[in-house]
Write a protein that binds this ligand. Structure first.
Ligand SMILES: [Zn+2]
Length: 329
């Protein structure tokens, strides 16, 4: 089963999170494989998306935030857009939109950063936004400070955390066809509560970046964790092997009902609003050409079909829209 484990290093300004996704991750892969239009993911795409989902859960469970954390990679290669979305309750969904096929041997930069134009965006979209409130978004390139393409998603996200949050962060990520997993180690700020949703950055904290010996030691231990170990070992074994010389305090794990799980919040109403957004002329021309409008959800595979009558009803008085849509729900 999927699980999240949080811990702190006793007496040190360092905390950690370990996530293992099994059923939640399998659901995403199974739904994609069942999609007759797209078929299953090529292995490198699957592994990238799994790492994104694991990273999304690590980041979401590491902040106090009510809303969606959306991790997106807009690629300039075969992968056009990869999205992992994790809600505060750790329900999640993810999908990849492909431009062309991906070779089994493809590296990260061959998939998403062929011309060094790829971008990674982290969006925090709060629930219950006040009118006019925009989601917070941070964007980082997929190359390092010297312009060299990064070959690991973990390096991209560490870069992001350092740039936009002024926080030393170590990430180890791995995914295969059965497990998506990750380990996050983070230095706690010297003063105040500083995280993705926070705002206080003290001078003292900035002065500490890269210099805290405890964080640096624990980071090196974390980085020694091999991909195979992260994918195959249980949480107890991983923590014992890595940190047996440290004193760790663990929190109640998030598992069972509190565990990360697959959920899609698409609906016929949302699709209806999207069709209305296309405009009546465009909607009519699709109906004229195909006989109906059929929209599939890329996240869960649900199909929403609007026949000529349904489509026409979307463009009558607003109070009739919900009724017309609701009839077939
Ligand atoms: Zn859906």
């Amino acid at each position: 089963m999927s699980e999240v484990h949080k811990f702190i290093f006793e007496g040190l300004p360092v905390r950690g999170v370990l996530v293992r996704l099994t059923d939640a991750w399998s659901q995403i892969l199974q739904r994609r494989a069942a999609n007759t239009t797209t078929g299953a993911y090529a292995q490198p795409v699957q592994n990238l998306l799994g790492e994104m989902v694991a990273a999304g859960v690590l980041m979401q469970s590491n902040i106090k935030f009510d809303g969606a954390l959306i991790l997106q990679i807009a690629g300039d290669g075969p992968v056009k857009l990869a999205v992992a979305e994790v809600q505060s309750d750790l329900s999640l969904r993810a999908t990849v939109n492909l431009q062309t096929d991906v070779k089994d041997s493809a590296t990260l930069s061959q998939m998403v950063n062929v011309h060094n134009q790829g971008r990674c965006a982290i969006t925090l979209d709060p629930n219950n936004k006040f009118p006019g409130q925009q989601p917070y978004q941070g964007v980082v390139p997929l190359f390092d400070d010297s312009g060299q393409p990064l070959q690991q998603l973990s390096a991209v996200l560490e870069h992001y955390m350092l740039q936009s949050e002024q926080l030393d962060t170590t990430l180890v990520l791995a995914a295969d066809g059965a497990v998506a997993a990750g380990l996050l180690i983070q230095r706690l700020p010297v003063m105040g509560e500083k995280n993705l949703a926070g705002s206080m950055v003290s001078q003292d904290n900035e002065d500490q970046i890269g210099l805290n010996e405890h964080y640096n030691r624990i980071s090196i231990l974390a980085k020694s964790l091999k991909r195979e170990e992260l994918l195959t070992l249980d949480v107890e074994t991983i923590l014992r092997r890595l940190f047996w010389e440290e004193t760790i305090t663990r929190f109640e794990p998030l598992q069972g009902d509190a565990a990360p799980r697959f959920a899609c919040n698409c609906s016929r109403e949302r699709v209806a609003r999207m069709i209305v957004g296309l405009g009546q002329e465009e909607a009519n021309s699709i109906v004229a050409e195909r006989g109906d409008i059929e929209v599939g959800c890329e996240f869960c595979g649900a199909q929403y079909r609007f026949d000529a009558v349904d489509a026409a009803q979307l463009f009558v008085a607003p109070e009739q829209i919900t009724e017309g849509v609701g009839l077939r729900h």
